[in-house]
Design a protein around this ligand. Structure first.
Ligand code: GLN
Length: 416
């Protein structure tokens, strides 16, 4: 079968292809002269299946899309507490290259604006690292995230350095407040080399999907980040990833995202998908015009808005049936707090006949910790009331059958 998804993606691109709104970045020749008509869209699922349409294999510089990943690397290397000492977590509502620090503690307000990203870059590989070793560490992580060896666009990087006055003044400001310790020039060189790494839209979709899985690169299977690090990174992307357009973005699209000045844009749906687009013309916040349009459409048509209530509605209890002396309770879906509450509510209000209870979890896709704890506690209490209780769990989704009192749930091998 020819999968229908690439055709759908190509169709989405056709809808925005003729929109020539916005302006390519023009502060260096390499970005000014890049073909503004390039257009690409790629998706990578948490199972590692990649789909792309348009110019999905054309390379461009990652720019600010590196920021969430290097923030994740710093969290992973140093822990959240040490990273919090140099950068905050609040949205700034300011332009990406604003010379701004928090009034109270002089830290950059978040890691997605340049001030925050330069401070975070300096944490990588320790305070005494050379620029080369630090950048190599960064290039190595981004390469593993992409699943291929990424290179640096040296010419573009040189041009950036020649016009880096603004980032240099940010670095001087950070150094004057003791947030960074390297020479301002070295700090900007290290950050600019980070931004000059070449990626494709396909690479970005896979990198973004690695945040969606909670840190396992879904194509190579390599664990690169912890799930706590990914969760925090996505939280910061959702509040600050689109700079001063972040609030409007979250309302309209509802996907944690990050944009870059070369025209790339990523979005990450935890547990589901990494999405990436490429189109160089930018709006006044520095976000890709057609990229934003594509995301708006995908969010609407594919039902991806994270604040939408519709994907959380499967009740935990599928059925309760009586069979001779036993009552069979069939569960289904993902058992989180709300599903478990539904199960306990049903168990409490249903008149349970017979003396035997069988809990069939063969249709449960997963339990979270709270769901598991609540369901087991419900069973334990029913057992205390005199019922014989057993679990039918052919796939082992419950994983841990110990009750809160140290006893264990009985299991059955088959449903009779
Ligand atoms: N290299 C660019 C800068 O620091 C990256 C900014 C961006 O992508 N928004 O100015």
């Amino acid at each position: 079968m020819q999968p229908p998804i690439p055709d759908y993606l190509a169709d989405i691109l056709d809808h925005v292809r003729d929109d020539d709104g916005g302006q390519s970045a023009d502060y260096i020749p390499e970005l000014r002269d890049a073909d503004p008509n390039r257009l690409a869209l790629a998706l990578c699922t948490t199972s590692g299946h990649v789909y792309s349409a348009g110019d999905g294999d054309v390379e461009f510089t990652i720019q600010s899309i590196s920021k969430p990943f290097i923030y994740a690397l710093a969290l992973q290397e140093l822990g959240a507490e040490a990273v919090d000492e140099v950068v905050g977590l609040e949205p700034s509502g300011e332009a990406f290259n604003e010379l701004s620090l928090d009034d109270n503690d002089n830290r950059p307000v978040n890691p997605m604006i340049n001030a925050g990203a330069i401070a975070v870059n300096q944490l990588i590989n320790g305070e005494d690292s050379s620029v080369d070793d630090r950048v190599e560490k960064i290039r190595d992580l981004l390469s593993r995230l992409a699943g291929r060896d990424l290179s640096i666009d040296e010419e573009l990087c040189n041009s950036e350095i020649l016009s880096a006055d603004r980032n240099l003044s940010i670095a001087h400001m950070l150094r004057s407040h003791g947030i960074i310790h390297d020479e301002a020039h070295d700090a900007v060189l290290s950050y600019t080399r980070q931004c000059s790494i070449l990626v494709t839209t396909r690479d970005l979709a896979v990198m973004s999907a690695t945040l969606a899985t909670g840190g396992v690169q879904p194509v190579t299977g390599e664990r690169l980040l912890t799930s706590e690090v990914c969760r925090r990174t996505l939280a910061v992307m959702s509040s600050s990833g689109m700079y001063d357009g972040a609030g409007r973005w979250m309302a309209g699209v509802g996907i944690p995202a990050k944009s870059g000045v070369a025209g790339g844009l990523i979005g990450t749906l935890p547990g589901q998908l990494g999405i990436a687009t490429f189109s160089p013309r930018l709006d006044s916040s520095g976000n890709s015009v057609r990229g934003v349009k594509i995301f708006e459409r995908l969010s609407r048509e594919m039902g991806l808005h994270l604040m939408a209530a519709d994907h959380h509605s499967v009740p935990g209890v599928r059925s309760i049936t009586r069979d001779g002396d036993s009552t069979v309770i069939r569960l289904q879906g993902t058992i989180n707090f709300t599903a478990a509450e539904n199960i306990l509510h049903e168990l409490g209000s249903h008149k349970l006949g017979g003396s035997e209870l069988l809990l069939d979890v063969s249709r449960v896709t997963s339990f979270n910790r709270m769901g598991r704890r609540m369901v087991k506690e419900g069973l334990r209490r029913l057992r205390e009331k005199g019922f014989t209780c057993a679990i039918y769990d052919p796939e082992g989704v419950v994983t841990d059958l110990e009750f809160s009192d140290g006893t264990y749930a009985d299991t059955v091998e088959a449903l009779t």
